[in-house]
Design a protein around this ligand. Structure first.
Ligand code: ATP
Length: 357
């Protein structure tokens, strides 16, 4: 294969900012991305992911900070001068051009010779497994095939960086899973460097080498999928990563990173994620998958069962504590609404953060 990613060492965002009037959509974002990495920008709607990607692409000017590709400052450059490949949610294919012409468009604009365009288009089409479709118009293709054309068009110019903004969100669930695997396969095959915007934590966890979690325009945490999954550094990151049970408590004892928290009449052991002092209020975060009915005499959080949902292998139970806190947990059987339950989790799966009410 001769299509490959352009050479560079790293892309560096240095205190990048973008204001819209008085609204700071991107605040002091600093990040270094190495060649070959697959980076996911992850966060809830409005957190500034797309704005950050558009700043990197050059579609929006920054209002502060800079962007560097190795030793070259690139934020003053126009998008076409940066030469990054871009793939968006809505494909943005030319409807009157067939697949071959759509894929080859960028090469033609760059004045590449016809024979070279044909060769590279054939290769890119093969890479996205569309060899047999190149004479078709976009309207004759499925959504997944159109997205493959958009990917081929982005990579055929051999860009240093491929930027993707929620590229799978218009596809149905099954196709999304297939294309997810395809995107990672293509990234590996090319030795590409990819920055991928998503609000879907599962997508980020399964695709990325490193995840950048954003909130309110700022970077909250950068880490490997394993890191973010098991060791979120802030309560909001934990909640976003699936620690859906958030319970207010009081710190009873701290020893190293082991902490004991009092919640009502119960006491729960967990791992410290932020500094706390004994006697101070705190938050406890637990994934529903890690919260189970406690064995009798084991203690645990006391709550009243509200409902149970069947999920195939097991049940998910919903319960409410006396102070109104809702809990989701795993159950082996249906539980009668109104039944008293006591819920517990392994200390390693209980994260304790500062603050609280
Ligand atoms: P989503 O997943 O919903 O696209 P996002 O994390 O990508 O969200 P951005 O699109 O980057 O978020 O938007 C960040 C913030 O900046 C939002 O509050 C948004 O309303 C605001 N914003 C984005 N573009 C503009 C604009 N052109 N003018 C004014 N405000 C904007």
């Amino acid at each position: 294969m001769t299509i490959h990613a352009a050479n560079f060492r790293e892309l560096r965002l240095d205190r990048l900012c973008r204001d819209f009037g008085s609204h700071n959509a991107v605040k002091d974002v600093s990040l270094t991305i190495g060649k070959g990495e697959f980076i996911a920008l992850l966060g809830p709607s409005g957190c500034g992911k797309s704005t950050t990607l558009n700043l990197i692409a050059g579609l929006l000017p920054a209002t502060g900070g800079g962007i560097w590709l190795d030793d070259r400052r690139i934020d003053p450059l126009r998008p076409e001068e940066r030469g990054f490949g871009m793939v968006f949610q809505n494909y943005a294919l030319f409807p009157h051009m067939n697949v071959r012409k759509n894929i080859g468009f960028g090469l033609k604009m760059r004045g590449v010779a016809r024979a070279e365009i044909d060769r590279r288009v054939d290769e890119a089409a093969a890479l996205v497994r569309l060899q047999s479709q190149v004479e078709k118009l976009p309207g004759q293709l499925s959504g997944g095939q159109q997205q493959r054309v958009a990917i081929a068009r982005a990579i055929v110019v051999e860009p240093p960086l491929v930027l993707m903004d929620e590229p799978l969100s218009n596809l149905d669930a099954k196709l999304r899973l297939e294309m997810r695997a395809e995107i990672r396969r293509i990234h590996n095959a090319l030795g590409a460097t990819t920055i991928y915007v998503t609000h879907d934590q599962e997508e980020a966890l399964s695709l990325a080498d490193r995840i950048v979690v954003m909130r309110d325009g700022a970077v909250r945490q950068v880490g490997t999928p394993e890191d973010l999954f098991a060791r979120p550094e802030h309560l909001d990151v934990a909640e976003f990563m699936g620690f859906r049970n958030k319970v207010a408590g009081t710190v009873a004892a701290v020893s190293g990173d082991e902490v004991t928290v009092t919640i009502g009449d119960a006491s729960l052991r967990g791992r410290l994620r932020e500094p706390v002092s004994v006697g101070a209020p705190c938050w406890v975060a637990i994934r529903p998958e890690d919260l189970h009915m406690a064995a009798s005499g084991q203690g645990g959080l006391e709550a009243e069962a509200v409902s149970t949902e069947f999920r195939g292998r097991e049940f998910v139970g919903f319960a409410r504590m006396a102070d109104g806190t809702d809990l989701s947990f795993m159950a082996a059987d249906r539980i009668e609404p109104g039944a008293k339950v006591a819920l517990a989790a392994e200390p390693d799966r209980v994260l304790v953060f500062g603050g609280g009410r």
